[in-house]
Write a protein that binds this ligand. Structure first.
Ligand code: MG
Length: 395
């Protein structure tokens, strides 16, 4: 049997929310004085956009096949990732059988080792890989979750990330993950303010709902351990990404010193099986959180997940909407999912990648149902009203 071949691969860029969910206009909880490693510089403390968190924008990769099928994916990476896709990666894709995902991934990764391995290049590789999975799903008229082994559960419970874990509980979520607002540079006052908000949330949510802290790489080992112990009385379920991703030793030290029952989660800024091998073997985490749009795409996420399972670790992907949902439904060690509350006040459920995807499923009463994913590929279409720009052309 000969499979259709890939006849075209194009990279576009987009501004304004969506896959680059930090690229928001106007007041939004996601840019409201969140603790970051840049907070040691007071001028960059108030807003993450002030130091360029939204500088990249969304990357859209579109792939077409000889049978007339097409697929696409969105991730971050913007113009520089579009250049990498068009000028470098496209050579490994054009003319390939639509089934050649492993060979294409290995060639994209191996050929970019001299300037890649993590970050932007892996954003670009992820975008191509996800577009090819979507294309294969359209060629086969199958949802992605079915192509990777099928669903292991009918419903997927979700927790909500955002400024209002209390409202998330009312909306039916398992609980909420709160962004930490103050880091070590804001001293004892900041430490106290962090705990005051946590206590308020716990008081409103009741004793049983999940409550976690997302520290976005902002702490040091000492601060993280003190914060975790002070937060234990408020039932903190996990502390997330307490130190920068290159500090594997710091993650391991913090995890060892956590109060009984509290978990460490990390990995959204990590990439490939080799990065996650370090996290697993060094005892850095209890929950691994690869972002399928950043870690190397679905092809690599499946390898990361197998490695994690052998270490007894959960894999709960970071954000990523449908790209995560198809994966999570098919993995026994991914028993719940993250949902990013992208309403500016985190007070209602809106599609995570709005306005870029049409047909994007959202949790109802905090749960996704497998029937919401029953469409070819990742089951979404690219909004035709978007102002797509194609800044580079291959060749
Ligand atoms: Mg996070």
């Amino acid at each position: 049997m000969s499979a259709p071949t890939v006849t075209d691969l194009r990279a576009y860029v987009l501004r304004g929310g969506g896959a680059d969910y930090h690229d928001q206009d106007g007041p939004h909880w996601i840019d409201d004085h969140i603790a970051t490693p840049m907070a040691r510089y007071p001028g960059y403390r108030e807003s993450r956009q002030s130091f360029g968190l939204n500088v990249l924008g969304t990357l859209v990769v579109v792939a077409e096949a000889s049978d007339g099928s097409s697929g696409f994916a969105v991730t971050t990476g913007g113009e520089p990732a579009a250049w990498i896709v068009e000028k470098h990666l496209s050579r490994f894709v054009l003319g390939a059988a639509v089934t050649d995902l492993s060979r294409i991934w290995d060639q994209m990764y191996s050929s970019t080792l001299f300037y890649g391995r993590k970050g932007l290049v892996l954003n670009a590789i992820s975008g191509v890989d996800l577009a090819l999975w979507d294309l294969l799903g359209h060629v086969r008229a199958e949802p992605v979750y079915a192509m990777i082994g099928g669903a292991v559960r009918d419903e997927q419970p979700c927790y909500a990330t955002g400024a209002r874990p209390d409202l998330a509980v009312e909306l039916g979520f398992l609980g909420g993950k709160l962004p930490l607002h103050h880091g070590p540079a804001e001293g004892a006052d900041g430490f106290t303010a962090n705990l005051r908000l946590l206590a308020e949330m716990r008081a409103t949510m009741g004793p049983d709902a999940w409550l976690a802290y997302d520290c976005w790489m902002s702490l040091d080992v000492d601060y993280a351990i003190r914060l975790a112990h002070a937060a234990a009385e408020h039932g903190l379920r996990w502390i997330e990404e307490p130190v920068p991703p290159d500090d594997y030793w710091g993650h391991a030290a913090i995890r060892k010193a956590l109060p009984p029952g509290m978990l460490l989660a990390t990995g959204e800024h990590e990439a490939t099986r080799w990065g996650f091998r370090l996290l697993a073997e060094m005892g850095c985490a209890d929950i691994l959180q690869p972002d399928v749009g950043w870690c190397g795409g679905l092809t690599e996420l499946l390898r990361i997940s197998t490695l994690a399972d052998a270490h007894g670790l959960l894999v709960v992907p970071h954000g990523s909407s449908v790209y995560s949902y198809h994966f999570a439904f098919a993995q026994h060690n991914s028993p719940f999912s993250e949902f990013l509350m992208m309403a500016p006040a985190a007070d209602r459920v809106v599609p995570m990648f709005h306005p870029q995807l049409l047909g994007e499923p959202v949790p109802e009463h905090g749960r996704l149902r497998i029937g919401q994913l029953d469409a070819p590929g990742f089951g979404v279409t690219l909004n035709p009203d978007l102002a797509l720009a194609r800044p580079y052309r291959r060749g």
